[in-house]
Design a protein around this ligand. Structure first.
Ligand code: NAD
Ligand code: ZN
Length: 381
């Protein structure tokens, strides 16, 4: 996938969190100046660059050079790529590297990679010597528009995604959209799932923009890509500022994730990738909302059409209701045994509702009988 990126000015978005406030900077070729940016933040000494093998071959040298030029001692920590790396075992690997390299409280971690690397690095930074600074340098679309912003960090447990972790805000998020050029097409589209989510939960005009610009976006044209990264970060920053610890408002970011996370864990993190699972989750959570009389059919139709146009899956893989329900109950959003789900009222507005097992089963069976659910092949969406 090639892209005719042109130079664009730097965009800066402020994440207001009192003493933990920080900036999201979006600028082409920002990788070349990470050293200067860290110095501006007051970092000094050692920087542990946590990345994965896919990114190490492409960007580690450039980032290391930029850091060394600014006077930092660089300790690369290279992990295997993929969700299966997001474990406590990887945290141990990072801890071992930091201890061996004699990292101190004043040292910094830099996450160079997708959401897996960002989540791991943030959690490692939260617990090493009771907390050291970290900076996000997200390289995947999911990471640039979602996971690098907001301070949720952690790892998976065999029984559920993200079950172990901490809230830990980065010192800054440094986004170089030029890195998206090397992102595999499947990962790129998966990121669009999260982008579409922002339109549904908070901004109908942005949803319309996506409907109108999906072709140039898929061609990675510079202006719409810059626009979707910026607008997504703005929405995420706004929501997180209002509710850092997910007591209430922040839960709207989980639209598509109740079913999405369940599908990911049912696949043992080997089948669907995160954004694909979220895409299916959004379509089915909207369909559930329609079934419950909470939104009109038009919401499901528009959402399904956009998800499809983005090249994302819209059908549930083969799964039984009891397996899905069981997996949904593993979700962190479950409270006192009740499964909560974010559902659209219209495009641009969502609400959070508790799900009753019987009603959810009735929806599932109805959806199934419409042949929307049975298998990917037979799905009529
Ligand atoms: N913390 C949060 O708030 C939050 C939000 C959303 C998602 N997440 C988490 O993020 C993870 C998913 O993130 P992801 O989709 O970035 O997955 P990922 O980190 O596994 O990256 C996807 C793949 O793309 C590769 N890659 C990344 N950037 C690249 C680039 N520029 N060029 C070439 N290859 C590149 C990676 O090596 C990997 O193989 C999940 O674990 C999810 O739970 C966290
Ligand atoms: Zn997500």
């Amino acid at each position: 996938m090639t892209a005719p990126y042109t130079d664009m000015p730097q965009q800066a978005i402020h994440v207001e969190l009192g003493a933990r406030s920080y900036a999201i900077l979006i600028r082409r070729n920002l990788l070349e100046s990470v050293g200067e940016e860290l110095t501006r933040l007051g970092c000094s000494g050692k920087v542990g660059v946590v990345t994965d093998r896919n990114l190490a071959g492409r960007y580690l040298k450039r980032v290391s050079r930029a850091l060394k030029t600014a006077g930092y001692t660089v300790v690369p920590i290279v992990l295997a790529p993929g969700e299966r790396t997001k474990t406590l075992r990887s945290i141990t690997t990072i801890m071992d590297a930091l201890v061996d390299a004699k990292f101190e409280r004043t040292s910094t971690l830099l996450a160079l990679g997708g959401g897996v690397i960002g989540d791991l690095t943030g959690f490692a930074a939260a617990i090493y010597q009771r907390g050291i600074s970290f900076v996000q340098v997200p390289t995947s679309l999911v990471a640039q528009v979602d996971s690098s912003v907001g301070g949720k960090t952690g790892v998976d447990h065999p029984k559920g995604k993200n079950l172990i972790g901490a809230f830990n805000q980065p010192r800054a998020v440094l986004i170089d959209p030029a890195t998206l050029i090397t992102l595999p097409a499947r990962e790129w589209k998966a990121g669009l799932g999260e982008v579409i989510k922002y339109g549904v939960i908070a901004d109908e005009a942005f949803f319309e923009y996506l409907e109108q610009h999906i072709e140039p976006i898929l061609k990675l044209d510079d202006a719409p890509v810059a626009q979707i990264v910026k607008r997504s970060c703005e929405i995420k920053a706004q929501v997180v500022s209002e509710d850092e610890r997910e007591a209430d408002r922040r839960r709207i970011l989980n639209f598509g994730h109740t079913i999405g996370h369940a599908l990911e864990s049912l696949g043992g993190y080997r089948g669907l990738i995160h954004g694909e699972a979220v895409a299916i989750g959004m379509v089915y959570e909207a369909d559930l909302a329609r079934h419950l009389g909470l939104c009109g059919e038009d919401v499901v139709t528009r959402l399904c059409a956009l998800v499809k146009a983005a090249g994302l899956p819209t059908c549930l893989p083969r799964v039984t209701f009891s397996a899905l329900w069981r997996a949904m109950q593993q979700d962190k959003k479950v409270s006192a045994g009740t499964v909560y789900c974010v559902v659209p009222e219209r495009i641009g507005s969502v609400r959070i509702v508790p799900l009753e097992k019987d009603k959810t089963r009735a929806w599932f069976d109805a959806a199934r009988s419409r042949e929307r659910v049975v298998t990917t092949k037979r799905c009529v969406r």
